[in-house]
Design a protein around this ligand. Structure first.
Ligand SMILES: Nc1nc2c(ncn2[C@@H]2O[C@H](COP(=O)(O)OP(=O)(O)O)[C@@H](O)[C@H]2O)c(=O)[nH]1
Ligand SMILES: [Mg+2]
Length: 471
């Protein structure tokens, strides 16, 4: 449901969560992406502009990068909840009243008949005794359709295939209906909301005296839902909306926004043709799913845990000074392991991201996790001095460490060699970078080399060539 909108929004959010630096360029890129996806979802331009402005403002606030990320994600979440419905509404059904009556309204093909059965099924699953009654006397096969749908949900269905007066149909079954907790009344639609339809609605309404009226709006009409919501609200009091066909349309977002703007609470959404393809609509959880908030939050949380900002600075200083001991490697491994899948989080590793090209980092991090664990055991078995100065490790020490931690000597040698390579690379990169003028780490991290001096570019090229030893 709204997969496409969800996908682009999720992509944009992940981009923020994963970015090393939140700068103006990234924000503008995100805002563009957001705008594009909201336009595609048929959301009103005025609203799109408002949201963009709010995000832009938050992003230029002078706050720390990690908090900024959270705030940008937070504001987007809040804004989307605001425009997509804000509050969670339920139909207040009085179970003592027999029967409690819900009348369905809507134009041709909006999904009234399907939704009657779906809503009936929804409440029957929640313990109510439900009946459907078909008062659509205009559409030829309407009674049969309601019967078929009702049967799928084991619901009692009352229809009269001959009678052409909806009031008479209702009167005919009225006594029987009083045995039910809930009766859903399917009605006829028209191509457009005209006087003919309004007068029929009024007549049926006065006869049935429904407790609640639900307006059925197809989600695929996008922001045009506004006109329908307003039109029907003027004709009678609408208690809530079911927005159908949200499964097959990119425009559902616009329809949801329109309902919210006209203060027509969306109570249900239809997500398919089957009787169980209905959901109660909760804007907060809907937006959470749309943005993949669960994943985002845990990603940000993990990033926070692994990168205390002061630790990051400390690490950066050490690396820039060319210091990279086994202890540092150990810390890196620990930080990485606390964060989960390596490929996803490699950009967040303290310090390194600013110093190395992503590709190298990826290669470095690409050591299998099982091997990393064994490396960790090996480092645990070393003395403090050995961790700081691994070159002092001779083969008898390696043999003893191997016995102590049950890691093959060959792997310990590999660890020492890898560490040496990494250290050389880091020293090389750190010193090259320090020597560069005009070096903008934010630009560098993005691979944006524009504006760098020729001399520095040459240095960078050399450095990258050098770092191929990691492959
Ligand atoms: N994919 C999808 N189709 C739906 C949904 N709701 C209704 N439909 C389809 O829309 C068409 C019109 O529905 P119907 O209930 O007959 O509309 P009515 O004229 O308002 O009674 C039918 O083909 C339904 O199967 C939905 O949530 N998702
Ligand atoms: Mg119908």
């Amino acid at each position: 449901m709204l997969e496409k909108l969800g996908l682009t929004l999720k992509n944009a959010m992940n981009k923020i969560a994963n970015a090393v630096f939140v700068d103006k360029k990234l924000i503008e890129e995100i805002i563009k992406q957001l705008q594009r996806s909201l336009i595609e979802a048929d959301v009103d331009m005025v609203i799109i502009k408002e949201i963009s402005e709010k995000i832009r403002k938050k992003a230029t606030d002078n706050i720390k990068s990690l908090e900024k990320k959270e705030q940008i994600i937070d504001i987007l979440y809040k804004e989307l909840v605001e425009i997509l419905g804000k509050d969670y509404y339920e139909l207040d059904i009085d179970k003592e009243k027999k029967p409690f009556k819900i009348m369905m309204l809507g134009l041709y093909g909006a999904g009234k008949t399907t939704s009657s059965a779906k809503i009936g099924f929804y409440y029957s699953k929640r313990g109510l005794k439900v009946a459907l009654i078909g008062l659509d006397v205009h559409r030829p096969a309407a009674p049969e359709q309601l019967e078929q749908m009702g049967k799928k949900g084991n619901l009692t269905v009352f229809v009269d295939k001959e009678e052409k007066n909806p009031i008479k149909i209702y009167e005919k079954f009225k006594d029987k209906l009083s045995k039910f907790d809930l009766v859903i009344v399917d009605t006829a639609g028209r191509d457009v909301l005209n006087n003919d339809l309004i007068s029929e609605i009024k007549k049926v309404h006065d006869e049935i005296k429904p407790d609640k009226i639900i307006l059925v709006i197809p989600g695929d009409i996008g922001k045009a839902a506004k006109r329908q919501a307003e039109g029907f609200s003027q004709a009678c009091k609408i208690n809530g909306v079911i927005l159908t066909r949200l499964d097959g349309t990119a425009k559902g977002g616009g329809a949801l926004v329109s309902c919210s703007m006209t203060k027509s609470p969306v109570i249900f959404i239809g997500t398919g043709e089957k009787i169980n393809e209905i959901e109660s609509y909760d804007p907060e959880s809907f937006v959470s799913r749309l943005l993949g908030m669960g994943d985002l939050h845990s990603l940000l949380e993990k990033a926070k845990m692994a990168i205390e900002e002061k630790d990051q600075k400390k690490m950066q200083d050490r690396l820039e000074a060319g210091k990279f001991t086994l202890n540092d490697l150990y810390d890196q491994i620990k930080a990485m392991q606390s964060m989960g899948p390596l490929d996803k989080i490699s950009e967040l590793i303290p310090g390194l991201s600013g110093l190395m090209q992503k590709k190298d980092l990826g290669n470095m991090v690409n050591v299998q996790e099982a091997k990393m664990k064994r490396w960790k055991y090996a480092i645990d078995s070393m003395t403090l001095n050995e961790r700081e100065n691994p070159e002092t490790l001779n083969s008898s020490r390696i043999g003893r460490i191997s016995k102590g931690c049950n890691v093959p000597g060959s792997e310990i040698r590999e660890l020492i060699k890898q560490h040496k390579v990494m250290k050389e690379m880091i020293i090389q990169q750190a010193s090259s970078m320090k020597g560069m003028q005009n070096l903008d780490p934010e630009k560098l991290a993005r691979g944006d080399l524009q504006g760098m001096k020729r001399k520095d570019l040459m240095k960078l090229a050399k450095m990258m060539k050098h770092s191929k030893i990691m492959k």
